[in-house]
Ligand binder design. Structure first.
Ligand code: SF4
Ligand code: SF4
Length: 395
């Protein structure tokens, strides 16, 4: 109890530090801060990670979209992006392009997409520092806790009560497809010195920005990105209850999966408690637990685990937990009986350093940092849009 209160108080400080420093002390920051704090307190006191994480990510995705489109109209008067705007405009840096931009950048010394390039290296550098820190700590957990797009799939996947299409028997093939598509994107980006994903496949152009239709290739590209959005963000998540774009197409997700072994948290399955009920595999949005994971008693999900918490919440045996990647090494070096659980002070610190608590705190902190400015701007735009609509209605 004391640990949960302490972590909640610390989170209140983190939330208001970032929301106020990014958007000033005003009614919007206080309300958004209170909302974040409510989610964190609910999560830490109930232990129900996935429910409150999903609410956070869905709200963030919607507010991000409002903020992003609003900024585009303020700057350019439309969502269309031209070649000039590509290199000169004020578009926030998008983490999805990191893996497909690195090699073209190294070869051409030009950041090809997205913009916010001219005089805004600080924005890119700070984003890269946040990403690097997140990679070393929460790893692919970024996709479940900090990505401003993932909430859309979380939202659509929650619409249907039951899975209409079961992807569980195909989990392995889906993982292979994701890495094969990732390799294809890297090769194409190097071959054409262009971010092929952004130009041809990005499903988020429908809610961000897109090249105007001026010729046949741009017409085809528009058709592709609209189809990808509808199929992978809306229809398949509703039918499968999975995050299909994240687990099949996203280059950033694939890269984070490959880098995840360097992160300090991992999900562990206690095979001695597991009864092979497969509930965890059924709910995993990232196809990271399949029949083999359980029957072969691997003891942990596959490489695509994004640490969303769904499996932990649902496991009836409480066999799935969060652990530190170095905990086995620590046990080997120090043994298991170093701490005395009857000692109140030691018990307090054991509880405080429980990997589940520390993970929730650090993962939510990344969500707070990434969302604070975008979400508060989204709320501001939403309120002013509603007030304008009311005024128009009154006239
Ligand atoms: S939900 Fe728990 S008991 Fe069921 S298969 Fe998964 S780990 Fe085993
Ligand atoms: S294995 Fe568990 S924590 Fe990892 S992505 Fe799947 S449901 Fe989420």
């Amino acid at each position: 109890m004391a640990v949960k209160v302490l972590l909640s108080a610390l989170m209140a400080f983190v939330i208001y530090f970032f929301t106020i420093s990014m958007h000033g002390a005003n009614i919007i920051t206080w309300i958004y801060g209170a909302f974040l704090l409510y989610l964190f307190i609910s999560m830490i006191f109930t232990g129900n990670i996935n429910k409150y994480r999903r609410i956070f990510q869905l709200v963030f995705a919607v507010l991000f979209t409002i903020s992003f489109i609003g900024n585009l109209y303020d700057e350019r008067g439309s969502m269309a992006i031209t070649q000039n705007a590509l290199f000169e405009s004020e578009i926030p840096f998008c983490h999805l392009v990191i893996p497909v931009s690195i090699i073209p950048y190294a070869l051409t010394k030009t950041i090809i997409f997205p913009a916010r390039i001219t005089g805004h290296y600080a924005a890119i550098v700070s984003m890269l520092v946040i990403w690097l820190t997140a990679t070393l700590t929460i790893g692919r957990g970024w996709c479940s806790w900090a990505c401003f797009y993932g909430g859309l799939e979380d939202g659509f996947s929650g619409i249907a009560k039951k899975q209409k299409i079961k992807l569980l028997p195909r989990s392995k093939e889906i993982r292979y497809f994701h890495f094969a598509f990732f390799s294809f994107l890297i090769l194409m980006s190097v071959a054409f010195l262009s971010s092929i994903f952004c130009v041809w496949f990005c499903p988020f152009k429908l809610i961000t920005e897109f090249t105007p239709i001026v010729d046949i290739p741009s017409l085809i590209a528009t058709f592709v990105f609209m189809s990808v959005f509808l199929i992978f963000i809306v229809i398949l998540p509703i039918l499968t209850k999975k995050r299909t774009q994240c687990s099949m197409l996203c280059p950033f997700g694939a890269m984070q999966s490959l880098l995840d072994p360097v992160s300090i948290y991992r999900v562990a399955i206690d095979t001695s408690k597991c009864t092979s009920c497969m509930q965890c595999a059924s709910v995993c949005p990232f196809n990271a637990i399949d029949i083999e994971t359980i029957t072969q008693k691997k003891g942990r999900p596959e490489i695509t685990c994004a640490k969303c918490g769904a499996c932990m919440d649902v496991c009836p045996q409480k066999a799935i937990t969060m652990e530190y990647s170095f905990s086995k090494l620590l046990t080997k070096k120090c043994g298991t009986n170093v701490l005395n659980p009857d000692n109140k002070i030691q018990k307090f610190f054991m509880d405080l350093l429980d990997p589940k608590h520390v993970f929730m705190f650090s993962a939510f902190t990344f969500g707070v940092i990434i969302s604070s400015s975008l979400s508060t701007d989204g709320i501001r735009r939403l309120i002013s849009g509603m007030l304008s609509a009311l005024q128009l209605g009154g006239n």
